[in-house]
Every structure is written in structure tokens, then in C-alpha cells.
Design a protein around this ligand. Structure first.
Ligand code: MN
Length: 322
């Protein structure tokens, strides 16, 4: 998915100095953002209160939306640089096309992972024949400096490892490692992304790492994470310093656990790009607008997305200021 904001605010983030070493419970409010003609999303990262969780730098939650009589998701070809996009669905399907020639329908329980590296472009759409409901999350992972110029790559993982815990906790590991279960997806930093389901009446604990910071994004139901009850579409930042996470639920619930080693590097995130300087971003924007480097997406019916104007002042990486 794309950031379709016509006036995207530059997000300047990275660095360890305001990462809490101790456990916290910080509720991050969602911002409603319109994505294209028909999709509304709730943006949880970047947030006024927090820019990153580990290398996770962008979190959108959408649906469940009834798209039975609508086109559904229609995101025209657009570029990415310096990040990975993670597509994860609870209902419906998304057809992915990219400039490498990939053509893949991503369905619930399957991971669509696009490593943009130095440059890629893609489109995402609901297929013409689609399920009535669309519900999912779109997440971005910032690439560390050593790998941000890597060759672009598309991965589709239909088989992902599962973890079970006390109280009926079940987790699917999308990215990284959780309780000894390692995702086959390519990761470039110590990270975890997992989809956790809790049955009604669940009361258990999930083992986590004290050196990782974590956040929980509720997908459905009302998971109670470390004593905090979360309505769908809200995210709870948990900080570091836990070896286990207490989980409860009165009704069937699902949430995404996002975490990782605090990302030390300062980054500049603007529109669909992650760089390290204003020049990186300005060059990427110019390359997209002149048709260089980002390739061509074939088969999408419609024009590609133009980049918004750069802000009038230079983008400077300056840490994870609130
Ligand atoms: Mn995208």
C-alpha cells in the first residue's frame, strides 16, 4: 500500500535515546487517513507520540470493510525505497504487481513481503472478483544502512510457523522469531512480527525478549495486553524490559505483536521512501517523476501515482523527537 497523502509530513526518526528501557503502557491513538477513492485506514505509525517500534516504521490498519459492491482497494503503481512492505490480511485478498514482474494474490494467513532496497514500484488492488470483506494491515520495516541499497525482491510465504501458549494463545510468526519459531521471511534487523489470537476466556503469557521493544496492534475483539484492554485499531506501545507478556481476553480476539531491537540509525521517511538525508529523498522523488530506476508495473489499469511536492524546507534527520 502507499502513502497517498498529498502533503506528507516528513517523519524524522531513529536513535535509541527516547526508547524506554523499562516496560511502559503507552496508548497510541490512530489517525484516519483516506487511501485512494474507497479505502479508509487507521494510521498508528508514525504517530505524534512515537515514530518507530524496532525497525517497524509504518503501521496502517484497515477494515473490516464491506466491499461486496465496490472496487475495494485500488492503489496505482508507486515507488518504494529503503524499506520492506509487509502485507497481512484477516479477510479478503490483495493482488500485488511489481516492477520485477511479480503477480501474486495475497490471502489471509499468507505473508506478502516486498523488499524495496534501492528501488521498486508496485500496485495493490482488490481483484475484480473479490470476497465481500477486506480487513488487514500494511506495515513497513526500515532497512538498516548496510542493506538499504540491496536488490529489490518479492516474497510470498503461505506457510508460516506457529506458536501455542497457555490459555489457548496461538501465534503465527510473520517476521523474525518468537518463542523459538523463526519465520522464513527475509529480515535485515533483529525483529518480530506475529499475529496472535486469543480465545474467549484466555488468560496466559507469551514469552518475549527483554532487549526488544514491542507494541500490540488490535485487529479484532478486545485483547487485554499487559492489563490494558485494546479496542480494534488501537495500538499499545510496551517499551523494553519484559520476558513475558500477560494476555487475557473475554471475547475471541486477535492482535499483531510488533517488536524488535531499538533501531539505532536516524532515518528520513517521506512519502514512500526511507533515506538518510534530504538529498536521498529528493533524488528518489526526481527518479520516480522522470521514470528512472523504479521500473515499470505492467497490467494495472490506470495511471501511476505522481509524487507530491517536497516540503519547502530541507528534510533533516534529527532523532525521534516527539
Ligand atoms: Mn506500497
Amino acid at each position: 500500500m502507499s502513502n497517498l497523502d498529498l502533503h506528507p509530513a516528513p517523519a524524522l526518526c531513529g536513535g535509541r535515546h527516547d526508547v524506554t528501557a523499562r516496560p511502559v503502557r503507552e496508548l497510541l491513538p490512530a489517525k484516519d487517513v483516506r487511501l485512494g477513492e474507497s479505502t479508509m485506514v487507521r494510521r498508528l505509525l508514525p504517530n505524534l507520540g512515537r515514530r518507530m517500534v524496532g525497525a517497524w516504521a509504518f503501521v496502517d490498519h484497515y477494515g473490516p470493510d464491506d466491499i461486496a459492491d465496490e472496487p475495494g482497494m485500488q492503489v496505482p503503481p508507486h515507488p518504494h525505497m529503503g524499506l520492506q512492505t509487509v502485507s497481512w490480511l484477516h479477510a479478503g485478498e490483495v493482488l500485488h504487481r511489481d516492477s520485477l514482474g511479480s503477480l501474486q494474490t495475497v490471502r489471509p494467513g499468507e505473508l506478502g513481503l516486498m523488499t524495496a532496497g534501492r528501488a521498486i514500484s508496485h500496485s495493490e488492488e482488490s481483484p475484480r472478483e473479490h470476497a465481500p470483506l477486506l480487513h488487514g494491515a500494511q506495515l513497513w520495516v526500515a532497512l538498516p544502512d548496510a542493506h538499504r541499497h540491496t536488490a529489490p525482491m518479492w516474497e510470498h510465504h503461505a506457510e508460516l510457523p506457529r506458536v501455542t501458549g497457555g490459555g489457548g494463545i496461538r501465534a503465527t510468526v510473520l517476521m523474525g522469531e518468537l518463542d523459538g519459531a523463526l519465520s522464513p521471511a527475509t529480515a535485515f534487523t533483529p525483529i518480530v512480527g506475529a499475529d496472535v489470537t486469543l480465545p474467549a476466556g484466555c488468560d496466559g503469557r507469551l514469552p518475549v525478549r527483554p532487549d526488544f521493544e514491542y507494541a500490540a496492534l488490535t485487529m479484532s475483539g478486545e485483547a487485554e495486553v499487559d492489563g490494558v484492554r485494546l479496542a480494534p485499531g488501537s495500538m499499545l506501545y510496551l517499551g523494553c524490559g519484559r520476558s513475558e507478556l500477560p494476555l487475557r481476553a473475554d471475547v475471541d480476539s486477535a492482535f499483531m505483536l510488533l517488536g524488535g531491537e531499538p533501531f539505532e540509525e536516524r532515518i528520513v521517511m517521506w512519502w514512500n521512501f526511507v533515506g538518510r538525508s534530504h538529498e536521498d529523498i529528493a533524488q528518489a522523488r526526481s527518479d520516480w517523476m522522470t521514470g528512472s530506476h523504479f521500473g515499470t508495473v505492467h497490467g494495472y489499469e490506470g495511471a501511476r501515482l505522481p509524487a507530491p511536492e517536497l516540503p519547502p524546507v530541507a528534510l533533516k534527520p534529527r532523532g525521534r523527537a516527539r
